[in-house]
Each structure stands twice: as structure tokens, then as C-alpha cells.
Design a protein around this ligand. Structure first.
Ligand SMILES: CC(C)(COP(=O)(O)OP(=O)(O)OC[C@H]1O[C@@H](n2cnc3c(N)ncnc32)[C@H](O)[C@@H]1OP(=O)(O)O)[C@@H](O)C(=O)NCCC(=O)NCCS
Length: 143
């Protein structure tokens, strides 16, 4: 398995849109909206793949605090095999090398244990996003 940054609009990015829909949107009854992807042109797109098979994906968006980790998804049948952890490791190394001071994210409550395991801290109270409970989390790279 390899984790790589891929360009917006590339074949692997397009494949990741399908994965995101299946893992993040379809289970919530949300539709596929191609227009939203135009907003992602300036984001950093990470893909975990084995040959041509996209196993997982995430996005990093530049924000005031550092980067925001978004759209983290691993294929249903590839979950709990270490793919998400590998993407986290890659993203953290990249963020540190690029001089970002922190990674922030909005975690679905079901995924909070995953981020806690990777030493992300809970920030503030929970809230609803896309109709489901979330918590803000953060990992700082400076003291
Ligand atoms: C959450 C997600 C990204 C984690 O990726 P993954 O590849 O499945 O996770 P890993 O195999 O690297 O997990 C490492 C550890 O994190 C923890 N973990 C991962 N998913 C977990 C979950 N759903 N609940 C509790 N702990 C979890 C476990 O401690 C796990 O180790 P273990 O399998 O030995 O117990 C993935 O399961 C996923 O896409 N879930 C559905 C979509 C989602 O919730 N995305 C995040 C939105 S914020």
C-alpha cells in the first residue's frame, strides 16, 4: 500500500470521490453533488492505494490554525486494517514538513476513538454536522 498526494482532477482523485460517496455520504442518505468538488481545487488530496485500487482518502485544507483534515474515508471492507493510520502518519509528516502548526478536524463521534488513538485532543463541546454528532479535535506541532 502506498499513500500519495494526487492532483485535484486526476484519475485517482476522481476514484476517491466514489469512495467518499460510498463511505461518507450514501449511509447518511446524502446525494452526490459534483458542484461541490470545484471548491476543492486548492486543497491537498491524499490517497492510499494498492496498484489501481484506491483504499482510502483524505483532504487537507489550509486554515488559520494550520490545516484541516477533511473527508477521511477508508473503503468499507478495508477498515480496521491500518489504512487510516497510514494516511494519518503521512498527513502529519507532510504538515510538519510544510511548517503547518497544527492539524484540526471535525470528527464524527463514531471516529473519535480513532483520532484519540493518534493523540488528537478533543476541543470544546460536541455539535451536529451533516445531521450527525461531531467533535472538534486538534493536534498541535508546537508547544
Ligand atoms: C475512521 C476510519 C477513517 C479509520 O480508518 P481505519 O483504516 O479503519 O483505521 P485503522 O485500521 O488505521 O485503525 C487504527 C485504530 O483506530 C481505532 N479505530 C479505528 N476505527 C475505529 C472505530 N470506528 N471505532 C473505534 N476505534 C476505531 C482502533 O483502535 C484501531 O485499532 P484496532 O483495529 O487494532 O482496534 C475508517 O474506519 C472509516 O473510514 N470509517 C468510516 C468513515 C468515517 O467515520 N470517517 C471519519 C470521519 S471524521
Amino acid at each position: 500500500m502506498l499513500v500519495q498526494i494526487v492532483p485535484w482532477g486526476s484519475p485517482r482523485y476522481i476514484q476517491s470521490l466514489g469512495l467518499r460517496f460510498e463511505v461518507l455520504r450514501r449511509p447518511l442518505g446524502l446525494v452526490f453533488d459534483p458542484a461541490t468538488f470545484l471548491d476543492e481545487v486548492n486543497d491537498i488530496h491524499l490517497i492510499a492505494h494498492y496498484k489501481d485500487w484506491v483504499l482510502g482518502c483524505m483532504m487537507l485544507s489550509r486554515v488559520e490554525e494550520g490545516v484541516k483534515m477533511r473527508q477521511v474515508a477508508v473503503g468499507h471492507s478495508e477498515q480496521r486494517l491500518g489504512v487510516g493510520s497510514e494516511m494519518i502518519r503521512f498527513a502529519e509528516q507532510y504538515a510538519k514538513e510544510m511548517g503547518f502548526k497544527a492539524i484540526v478536524l471535525h470528527a464524527r463521534d463514531s471516529a473519535v476513538p480513532f483520532y484519540l488513538k493518534h493523540n488528537y485532543e478533543l476541543v470544546g463541546d460536541g455539535f451536529l454536522e451533516v445531521g450527525i454528532p461531531h467533535h472538534a479535535m486538534r493536534k498541535s506541532f508546537v508547544d
